[in-house]
Design a protein around this ligand. Structure first.
Ligand code: NDP
Ligand code: MG
Length: 399
């Protein structure tokens, strides 16, 4: 299976006004996507918005964008959202199950999958099942069950267009390359806020410091993942599934300036890179508007200004998450799912000051050793693996 045989001729991609569903509209990606849509009202209409806990922002977004449906997945917020929108025609759904139901409805063409974490998997699968184009920000979906998700997309002829900046870069480099062979891809990583630091420093790092990313403003979970380099590990696995690569075709290089968003080396040794200032609005608008490019007023990178672009090998001895993720990438099966589940528990525990920075890696490693390996899991086995890994990882915190 190769994504490049997908039909990007899908009529939805070429429709005048795309009907968009933003799953996770109150997050960092979701709000930036709404900015892109607001700037291009003739190209996009907002049909579905979903939030988890931020009912107030969902209400504000609903009043501004007038969608057909909103979903608030946290039940406690339902009544507030329902009451606030009672004088409009907007339908309000509550609860986690509603996410899957609404994802299956025939009220939109394209889902921006921007929920964070494992919670994004089922709605995305539901959308694919129903033939919706997917713009994928939620990398955890592919880390947990990439084989099943991509196989389903292939069967349904559903384009999966990456939003993650590295994968968007690779996707853009591959346009026009047809069936030309990829030798390898090079995923660039900024290195996060602790580039160059050693374990004796990291052991004392606290939540607020770890949330300060040098180049990007993002949600809390991915900011911590960037600080631990788990984000790059998850992205290696994401790339494997999106571009149908072998694990040894995926290389990570530290590039602190985040100007080259990633590269593809073809089998003649030629390298294509996609570059620009780091701004997630660019890959978001590229994915939403694909295959068109739409003009914007974002600041431009200027080669005439004194700049130095540097590259170095990642310090995998210090940032062991990258080693763990590489192991999961090579071994496959349910191991990436275990890695992801343990990491989600670890990150949330760190964000609540329950565990230290380096404990996150310990927790992931121990969970990977504990949960039984399954070489070719079914979807149910993935879901079960996720639950087991979460519960084991959580048990490590109470000790
Ligand atoms: P945020 O934490 O900012 O936003 C997450 C969104 O998901 C919010 O709308 C949130 O709702 C919702 N959400 C959280 N938990 C649940 C749940 N259990 N069920 C349903 N909805 C839920 O995350 P980001 O926008 O930063 O990231 C979203 C995804 O995109 C992640 O997978 C991330 O890895 C990926 N990504 C993000 C980038 C970025 O720059 N931010 C870059 C590349 C990829 P609420 O806020 O209402 O609780
Ligand atoms: Mg990324």
């Amino acid at each position: 299976m190769n994504y490049r045989v997908f039909s990007f001729q899908s009529s939805i991609l070429h429709s005048m006004t795309k009907r968009i569903a933003i799953f996770g509209s109150t997050g960092s990606i979701g709000t930036q996507a709404l900015d892109v849509i607001a700037a291009n009202p003739t190209l996009f209409s907002v049909e579905v918005l979903t939030a988890h806990t931020n009912g107030d922002l969902l209400i504000e977004q609903a009043k501004k964008f007038n969608p057909n449906i909103v979903v608030i997945s946290d039940d406690k917020q339902y009544q507030k959202v329902k009451d606030a929108l009672s004088s409009t025609h907007i339908k309000v759904f509550g609860g986690e199950e509603s996410l899957n139901e609404v994802a299956a409805m025939d009220v939109y063409d394209l889902m921006l999958a921007a929920i964070v974490g494992y919670a994004g998997l089922k709605p995305t699968l539901s959308a694919i099942e129903n033939g919706k184009v997917i713009c994928l920000a939620n990398k955890e979906t592919l880390v947990v069950a990439g084989d099943i998700v991509m196989q389903k997309a292939f069967e349904k002829n559903v384009p999966v267009i990456p939003v993650d900046s590295e994968h968007s870069a690779i996707f853009q480099c591959l346009i026009g390359e047809g069936r030309n062979k990829i030798e390898k891809i090079v995923l660039t990583a900024s290195g996060g806020p602790f580039l160059g630091r050693k374990p004796n420093y990291l052991v004392n790092v606290k939540r607020d410091h770890a949330l300060q990313h040098p180049n990007w403003t993002m949600g809390a979970k991915i900011s911590i993942d960037s600080a631990t380099l788990m984000n790059k590990g998850l992205e290696m696995i994401e790339a494997k599934w999106l571009f149908n690569l072998q694990p040894d075709q995926i290389q990570v290089v530290i590039h602190p300036q985040s100007i080259i968003h990633s590269m593809v080396m073809f089998d003649d040794g030629s390298i294509k890179a996609q570059m620009g200032l780091p701004d997630m609005k660019l890959p978001i608008q590229y994915a939403l508007a694909f295959p068109q490019r739409i003009p914007n007023q974002f600041p431009r990178y200027d080669f005439r200004k004194p700049n130095t672009l540097t590259f170095e090998e990642p310090d995998v001895k210090t940032f062991r998450n990258l080693t763990l993720a590489t192991e999961a990438l090579f071994k496959g099966g349910n191991l990436p799912c275990v890695l992801n589940a343990a990491n989600e528990i670890a990150v949330y525990a760190f964000l609540r000051n329950r565990i230290g920075f380096l404990d996150m890696t310990e927790m992931v490693e121990q969970t990977m050793q504990k949960i039984p390996f399954i070489a070719s899991p079914t979807l149910d086995e993935y879901l079960q693996t996720d639950a087991e890994a979460r519960s084991f990882a959580a048990s490590l915190i109470q000790m």
